[in-house]
Design a protein around this ligand. Structure first.
Ligand code: PLP
Length: 400
């Protein structure tokens, strides 16, 4: 009898974390590796947020809290959802977890039975399908195309829905493509969902504040108020506030669902870190003045990376609306050989050879369910990006 559970054997470890760890290992061994695989801003957490955490420690706010968050944070989240999204939620409709990842996981654990289907537009954030599998459900992958800017169409959503569909996971701007749905594009999807009242929407708004060129962020419950009773609006402080290590995410939805998620959390985590919760209160209630400056930096980096990768013969790199990723295609490079004799059979071979022969770490597209592509995270310094893109240019030019 195997010791490890059957459920876990269906799940793979996070490939983004694996690639980042491999790059860190090579770096520690003295190699000059440039890492473009981690999904986290290189900015430091703003000082006012750090100060709030230090003040919380000094004030002895260092004990257990309610399982799904302190009232002050739930109030700050309600105010944020009203201010930024025009959504009216009460504190009883809010769940705070140890990162956006945990709130999504809690919701899936709280709702999925064997055979329940979850529609996931592809390419997807690596954790969605595996979290669905861990919770006993069935991921239903709906593949988008580079030509369609990696956005799911209404017809594709309609075709993916069955009587067993429980959730539709929506993520805009997206990890890994950076694609952001316009209001009209999102409305086309919510119109489909209106015709299928048994389907719930899990909107992962983690990259809400990272949007460029005047892209206007919107979220399903805001675009279609009739979906409010069956929508879980998920977000967090990790990306916009450079707080990946603090581990605070949150979700807003119907009271019964939030109560079920609380039960999962109370028997697993107890509560998200108390000190981080007080820091998140300051993140949401405090100044938001640094966001435009950060976005200007990300926009400059996005344009830099898109132009340098687009200059490569064999790479097609669309310009995304948000997040801090690009997801170029390497279709024209498949079958070529590196100077060391490695054949680029697929995007995994490309990413491995790029790391081994050019010291640049990216994540291969198969990890996100759509090939042959690779994901570049441009949340790193301009100098590192320029050097990394030069190395990718040299690497690709040497392929025969
Ligand atoms: N959702 C998306 C789309 C993400 O890219 C990430 C992190 O990479 C998360 C959720 C999870 O964020 P957190 O670090 O708050 O768990």
């Amino acid at each position: 009898m195997p010791f490890i559970s059957d459920t876990l054997s269906r799940v793979k470890p996070s490939p983004t974390i694996a690639m980042t760890a491999k790059a860190a290992e090579l770096k520690a061994a003295g190699r000059d590796v440039i890492g473009l695989s981690a999904g986290e801003p290189d900015f430091d957490t703003p000082q006012n947020i750090k100060d709030a955490a230090i003040a919380a420690i000094a004030a002895g706010k260092t004990k257990y809290t309610a399982p799904d968050g302190i009232p002050e944070l739930k109030k700050a989240i309600c105010a944020k959802l009203s201010r930024d999204n025009g959504l009216d939620y009460s504190p009883a409709q809010i769940s705070v977890g140890a990162g956006g990842k945990q709130t999504l996981y809690n919701a899936l654990m709280a709702t999925l039975n064997a055979g329940d289907e979850v529609i996931i537009p592809t390419p997807y954030w690596v954790s969605y399908p595996d979290m669905v599998l861990l919770a006993g459900g069935t991921p239903v992958l709906a593949e988008t195309t580079l030509e369609g800017n990696f956005k799911l169409t209404a017809a594709q959503l309609e075709a993916a829905i069955t009587p067993k569909t429980k959730w539709f996971i929506f993520n805009s701007p997206s990890n890994p493509t950076g694609a952001g749905y316009s209001r009209a594009e999102l409305k086309a999807l919510t119109d489909v969902l209106l015709r299928h009242p048994h389907v719930w929407v899990m909107s992962d708004d983690m990259y809400e504040h990272l949007a460029y060129d005047g892209f206007e962020f919107s979220t399903p419950a805001q675009i279609e108020p009739a979906l409010y009773p069956r929508t879980l609006t998920c977000n967090g402080v990790s990306k916009a506030y450079a707080m990946t290590g603090w581990r605070i995410g949150y979700a807003a939805g119907p009271v019964a669902l939030i109560a079920a998620m609380r039960k999962v959390q109370s028997q697993s985590t107890s509560n998200p870190c108390t000190i981080s919760q007080w820091a998140a209160v300051e993140a949401l209630n405090g100044t938001q003045d640094f966001l435009p400056g950060n976005n200007a930096t990300f926009l400059r980096r996005r344009d830099l990376v898109v132009s340098m990768l687009s200059a490569i013969d064999g790479i097609t790199c669309p310009t995304p609306e948000g997040a801090f990723y690009v997801y170029p295609s390497i279709k024209a490079l498949i079958g070529k050989t590196t100077p060391k004799g490695t054949v680029i059979n697929d995007d995994q071979a490309f990413a491995n050879a790029l790391l081994d022969e050019a010291d640049v770490a990216v994540v291969f597209g198969a990890a996100f369910g759509l090939s042959p592509n690779f994901r570049v995270s441009y949340a790193t310094s301009d100098a590192a990006l320029i050097e990394a893109c030069r190395r990718i240019q040299t690497f690709c030019a040497a392929l025969t």
